[in-house]
Design a protein around this ligand. Structure first.
Ligand code: SF4
Ligand code: MG
Length: 460
């Protein structure tokens, strides 16, 4: 998901809509904005893209007020139903509260059962609503303290923006798994998942919200709190590989540069004789550029992407996902025929994309196909907000690299190593005991235990 928030901005709603538009890659299922005008909250949300939900001045003009938060949704827990669309909003004894969450809690079901037993009436199936109820039943008096009280009970990944009657709050979980940055535009403070959302409205990037930091903005004042016990941070390395936009600066590193560097590592680790380096667009492009530069081979667009189709991955069912691949890519015969092709993509999850792409490239006359992947094999599910499937559906969980190569029908297949990935992300060597990033989907080393899984009674 993607989140955005702005305080004391005369154009709060339109800036939020633009910010969400820049974060559209983080979730395409639904979008929503909640504003506050000093007396009342206003909310517009719906399924589909930002541009579909906020296409007219009329819609924006309903969103009165100088503070706003917004959300683009990519469903991990909770399914794709209307009730789950964020920001969630509730009226409490202390006033209203809107909340937008990126990430996934790992003890939401456990907490939810407890809350339901206490009489809480849940309206959605999203893990975020657990936080809302925890805030409601907190015995703390101030809103900030209630939020802190609630967040101390949840586990997992969260980058949250919340809007109250007098403050905008931004907070990142103690491990800092998902990104969140602080920016400023003409004195108004802004929170956003990525810097590309600041760029689009001409705002300045100030700094990242730090792991475990809670920032409260009330007018010109910015207060920073550290309400959680200190733990080592574990930023999601997959944000660098795939999820974040290449023009974003994440945790002080350019996503584009990291992707190129992964390509260079790959070229060093698994060189092969070939004529051309071809990316699987768009996600494979920066790594393919790095690969080609390092290998001294030409980079060509051997596959052309139809830009009117969204990311194939972020779709709730297998059926739409499969159709997506065909609608999205077409081989560019002029660059493939008779060539030994190195195909570069960012990841193999189920293997659906790669199988189709390889078939396509062969049919277009490629003599050899060598697949290079700018992530290690995805062998474990993600519990922190990226919708990787169960282990059974992950190709790398079930097959060796050689077997995968056969299944995909390629002449060779190689993945970047974990160490190569860390080097590309600017970390000299991966600490095996306590990895500097979250890399659980590649290593199985989960930085936060999954309480919901451990307690088998839960359906999710
Ligand atoms: Fe990111 Fe993978 Fe960790 Fe999920 S498991 S947070 S995708 S690195
Ligand atoms: Mg891709």
């Amino acid at each position: 998901c993607g989140v955005f928030g702005v305080f004391a901005d005369p154009n709060a709603a339109s800036h939020t809509a633009l910010g969400l538009h820049a974060l559209q890659h983080r979730g395409q299922e639904a979008a929503g904005i909640v504003t506050f005008d000093g007396t009342q909250f206003h909310s517009v949300k719906g399924p589909g893209h930002v541009s579909e939900n906020f296409k007219s001045e009329t819609v924006i003009s309903q969103l009165v007020g100088s503070s706003a938060i917004g959300h683009v949704r990519y469903s991990t827990t909770g399914g794709a139903v209307m009730r789950n669309i964020q920001p969630l909003f509730a009226e409490f004894a202390f006033g209203g509260l809107a909340i937008a969450h990126n990430g996934n809690l790992t003890n939401a079901m456990t907490l939810r059962e407890r809350l339901v037993q206490r009489g809480c009436l849940f309206q959605s199936t999203s893990d975020t609503e657990v936080i809302v109820h925890l805030i409601a039943i907190s015995i703390c008096s101030s809103v900030e303290d209630r939020i802190i009280d609630a967040l101390r009970q949840v586990q997992g990944a969260y980058s949250i923006v919340a809007l109250t009657n007098n403050a905008l709050i931004g907070v990142r979980d103690p491990m800092g798994i998902r990104p969140l940055v602080l920016g400023q535009l003409d004195g108004a403070y802004i929170f956003a998942s990525e810097t590309c959302a600041l760029d689009i409205i001409g705002a300045d990037y100030i700094r990242d919200v730090e792991p475990g930091e809670l920032i409260i903005i009330t007018g010109k004042e910015v207060r920073s709190l550290r309400p959680f016990p200190q733990t080592p941070s574990h930023f999601c390395v997959f944000e660098y590989i795939y999820f974040a936009r290449p023009d974003s600066i994440v945790e002080e590193r350019s996503v584009y540069e990291v992707r190129k560097a992964i390509g260079r590592e790959l070229a060093r680790e698994s060189a092969v004789e070939a004529d051309v380096v071809v990316p699987v667009p768009d996600s494979g492009v920066p790594s393919a550029l790095g690969y080609a530069a390092e290998a001294g081979l030409p980079f060509e667009y051997g596959i052309i992407r139809n830009h009117y189709v969204g990311r194939t991955f972020i779709q709730p069912t297998d059926k739409t996902r499969n159709l997506g691949v065909k609608r999205k890519h077409n081989p560019n015969r002029s660059q493939l025929e008779g060539k030994r092709v190195i195909l570069v993509d960012d990841s193999i999850v189920r293997g659906t994309t790669s199988t189709k792409i390889v078939e396509m490239v062969r049919q277009a006359g490629a003599r050899e196909v060598h697949m290079r992947i700018s992530s290690p094999p995805t062998a474990y599910p993600c519990f922190y907000g990226i919708d990787t499937p169960e282990r059974e559906k992950l190709l790398a969980a079930n097959y060796s690299v050689e077997d995968m190569a056969k299944l995909l029908g390629v002449d060779s297949l190689a993945f970047v190593s974990l160490d190569g990935l860390y080097r590309a992300a600017g970390v000299e060597s991966r600490n095996a005991e306590r990895p500097q990033f979250c890399d659980a989907c590649f290593s199985g080393h989960y930085p936060v235990p999954n309480q919901d899984r451990a307690q088998k009674s839960h359906p999710l």
